[in-house]
Design a protein around this ligand. Structure first.
Ligand SMILES: N[C@@H](CCC(=O)N[C@@H](CS)C(=O)NCC(=O)O)C(=O)O
Length: 293
């Protein structure tokens, strides 16, 4: 496809073979494509997810809640393979009609409660356990402002910059340039704010940090779209300081392993059903045991 020669048709039609990563799963319609019942484990919270930045937000918060001693935050994390279309199974669509991970079912309520959209899940869990969300109205407003800033901003980073820089079949200057400019502006917003604040909402680590770190922290660490150098991400030094501090938290290190399908095998805990799984069920151990048999 040559961007300069493209004239849109009068009415858009779905060309299934438009190329690019995810071309086989992306489609212009909603609803289930096949029947599939979701598994339910023994814990109150059932998470259906994958360790993309949006998925990692939730597993980090759950691990942080457990680290604080909230045993009600025990969870089963089931793997949803979005590349295989699991998000279009009937059971998943019942939990999230928008067919995107992460999706959560809370079985501790009188009737099970479904929650979808990572921001809604973070807020639901923070309110349920009264943690990582300030009680003071002004601080709470600041925290929610940054939480919703992330929800509105990350699509320009992922769906805009990431898509055209990394996934599109051709490298096209116009969209890459436009979205790189916006992502650099967003990093500057964060950098200026973090110059005077330890965390996004001041002295306390909150769900705003938990939402923003998996996207913008990963970018600074060079783990997202291999774009750290292109965007000169390490030049945002306050953002870098915040990134490194959060990366050092034990719960963050555990959370980013859950439902992971890429990277070193010892960092992949594809499903999580117990705290001990981090010691016994990582992919290096599972494949090692299979090799011995
Ligand atoms: N706004 C949503 C975005 C969720 C989202 O985009 N999830 C992606 C993975 S990061 C997904 O499930 N994609 C599958 C698809 O689009 O079919 C949230 O924050 O939860």
């Amino acid at each position: 496809m040559n961007e300069a020669s493209y004239t849109p048709a009068k009415v858009w039609k779905w060309e299934k073979e438009n190329g690019g990563k995810f071309a086989s799963t992306n489609r212009p319609t909603a609803g289930p494509t096949h029947e599939k019942v979701l598994p339910i484990g023994k814990h109150p919270l059932q998470l259906y997810s994958l360790a993309t930045p949006n998925g990692v937000k939730v597993t980090v918060l759950l691990e942080e809640l457990l680290a604080l001693g909230h045993s009600g935050a025990e969870y089963d994390a089931w793997l949803i393979e979005i590349g295989d279309g699991d998000q279009f199974g009937s059971g998943f669509v019942e939990v999230n009609p928008n067919s995107k991970i992460p999706a959560l079912m809370d079985h501790s309520t009188p009737t099970p409660t479904r929650v979808f959209e990572s921001g809604a899940i973070l807020l639901y869990l923070a309110e349920k356990f009264d943690a990582f969300l300030p009680a003071d109205p002004a601080k709470r407003a600041e925290c929610l402002s940054w939480l919703f800033w992330q929800m509105g901003s990350a699509p320009y980073l992922g769906g805009g910059f990431g898509h055209f820089f990394s996934y599109a079949p051709d490298k096209m200057e116009y969209p890459i340039d436009r979205f790189a400019m916006e992502v650099k502006r967003q990093m500057d917003v964060l950098d200026r704010h973090l110059e005077g604040n330890r965390y996004m909402c001041g002295d306390d680590y909150t769900i705003a940090d938990i939402a923003i770190w998996p996207w913008y922290g990963a970018l600074v660490q060079g783990k997202l779209y291999d774009a750290g150098e292109f965007l000169d991400a390490r030049s945002y030094t306050h953002l870098g300081r915040w990134t490194d501090e959060i990366a050092g938290r034990a719960a963050v290190q555990r959370g980013r392993m859950v439902n992971r399908r890429n990277g070193p095998l010892e960092e992949q805990l594809r499903e999580r059903h117990a705290a001990s799984d981090f010691d016994t069920q990582t992919q290096d151990k599972i494949e090692g045991a299979a090799g011995e048999g």
